[in-house]
Structure formats: structure tokens, C-alpha cells
Design a protein around this ligand. Structure first.
Ligand code: PRP
Ligand code: ORO
Length: 209
């Protein structure tokens, strides 16, 4: 089994990925979804988080060899970024969703230098709205973004469109297709349900129940 197939299996076994047979989960973007991937839970499993950290570090080395700083996107991206920064022996910062309204009023916490090449890490990309806000906060302060890395994405058309428009490179270690296949093979999803979860990817805004 490949490392990423093993990670998908673990996410299913540990119910980090959950399927809702009635009603929906609400995403940050407002999308109603029959599936929720709670990658915040991965930090509670040392062996799993190590596999994820190594896969993210490899992706970053392959895609963005110029990286000098790892940036976590608040909040779920922060522990993932800390683990990767430690693994790659790189400095780390994190980006708040908005500037702090007291203290020093900062949105980016930690130290950035003029010639830094920042790689942003979020746990998950849906529409990309959260990570793009963070990436734009970095560029607005005059720093370079080398790219974006995350554990998982649903592969929505909106994500590609939003990233292409903003001009940032991005990658994930797991994709929705592979996750659904693993769920189907492991009997977490029946044939009948598999089709509706595939349809959700093609038209996420159209899903409602
Ligand atoms: O690509 P998007 O459409 O923006 O959705 C993905 C974002 O949503 C989740 O964060 P959430 O807003 O739930 O906050 P948290 O990180 O503080 O848990 C997740 O951690 C991503 O940051
Ligand atoms: O889009 C989101 O808000 C979202 C989806 C998901 O599956 N998991 C998560 O943490 N956030």
C-alpha cells in the first residue's frame, strides 16, 4: 500500500472522515456537504501525523525547493505547519484570519525576512478562500509566496479557478477520488452512496438535504 493510500485508510478507520446519510455539514464557504474531513484530529495520533508530516515535507521539497519559511493558516493549519517546519528544520510563522485587534495588531505572527520564500500550509482546501486570504496577507506585507500545500482537497472547480485567478501554485497529498475509492473498498461507502458522493464533487453548491 502506498503511503497516501495508508493515510486515507487511517482517516477512514479513525472516523476523521465522516459521511452523513441525512442532513448535511456546513463548510466555511457555506457549502452544504454530505462529508466532513476533520483533519484537526490527526495531531492526536503520533504515527499518523508523522506519515502526514513526511508526505507534506516531501511535496514541499519537490514543488517548492526554494522554500525558506513554513507558514500555518489559522487555526487548523498551525499544528500541521509546526510539524512540517520541525521536520524540514525551517523557520515557521502563522497567519491569523484577520489582524489581531489588540497588542501589536499583527496578522502574521513570527519573523519574516525580505528575501523569504513562504510556503503556506492549511489542513484542507475546499474553495481555497481561507488559504488565499492568508497568502494575500503575506504578499500585502511585501513577502514572496512560493506556494501552498495541504493534506487534502475535494478537487472542486472553484478551488482551481480561485487559485488560478490569484496566481498561486498549490498541491495536496490526498485527493477526493482516492479517498472515495478507499472508502468504497473498505465498505465505508456502498455502490449507491458512492455515486452521490461523486456528484457532490461536480456540483458542491447544488447539494442540499
Ligand atoms: O478552502 P475553504 O473554502 O476556505 O475551506 C477550508 C478551510 O475551512 C477550514 O477552516 P475553518 O474555517 O473551519 O476554521 P479552523 O481552521 O479555525 O478550524 C479548514 O481548516 C480550511 O482552512
Ligand atoms: O470547507 C470546509 O470548511 C471544511 C470541509 C471539511 O471537510 N473539513 C473542514 O475542516 N472544513
Amino acid at each position: 500500500m502506498t503511503n497516501t493510500a495508508e493515510i486515507s485508510k487511517q482517516l477512514l478507520e479513525k472516523k476523521i472522515v465522516s459521511f452523513k446519510e441525512s442532513g448535511h455539514y456546513e463548510f466555511a464557504s457555506g457549502i452544504h456537504s454530505p462529508i466532513y474531513t476533520d483533519l484537526r484530529q490527526t495531531i492526536s495520533y503520533p504515527a499518523l501525523r508523522k506519515q502526514i508530516t513526511k508526505a507534506l515535507a516531501k511535496q514541499i521539497q519537490d514543488m517548492y525547493p526554494e522554500v525558506t519559511v513554513i507558514a500555518g493558516v489559522a487555526t487548523a493549519g498551525i499544528p500541521q505547519a509546526a510539524l512540517v517546519a520541525e521536520e524540514m528544520n525551517l523557520p515557521m510563522v502563522y497567519v491569523r484570519s484577520k489582524p489581531k485587534d489588540h497588542g501589536k495588531g499583527k496578522q502574521i505572527e513570527g519573523v519574516l525576512n525580505d528575501d523569504d520564500q513562504v510556503v503556506l500550509i492549511d489542513d484542507l482546501l475546499s474553495t481555497g478562500g481561507s488559504v488565499l486570504k492568508a497568502a494575500q496577507a503575506v504578499t500585502k506585507e511585501g513577502y514572496q509566496v512560493a506556494g501552498i500545500s495541504a493534506i487534502f482537497s475535494y478537487g472542486f472547480t472553484d478551488l482551481k479557478k480561485n487559485m488560478d485567478e490569484a496566481g498561486f501554485a498549490y498541491g495536496t497529498i490526498l485527493n477526493y477520488q482516492d479517498l472515495l475509492s478507499a472508502a468504497h473498498e473498505g465498505n465505508w461507502l456502498s455502490d449507491e452512496h458512492l455515486e452521490s458522493y461523486k456528484a457532490f464533487q461536480s456540483d458542491p453548491w447544488g447539494f442540499d438535504r
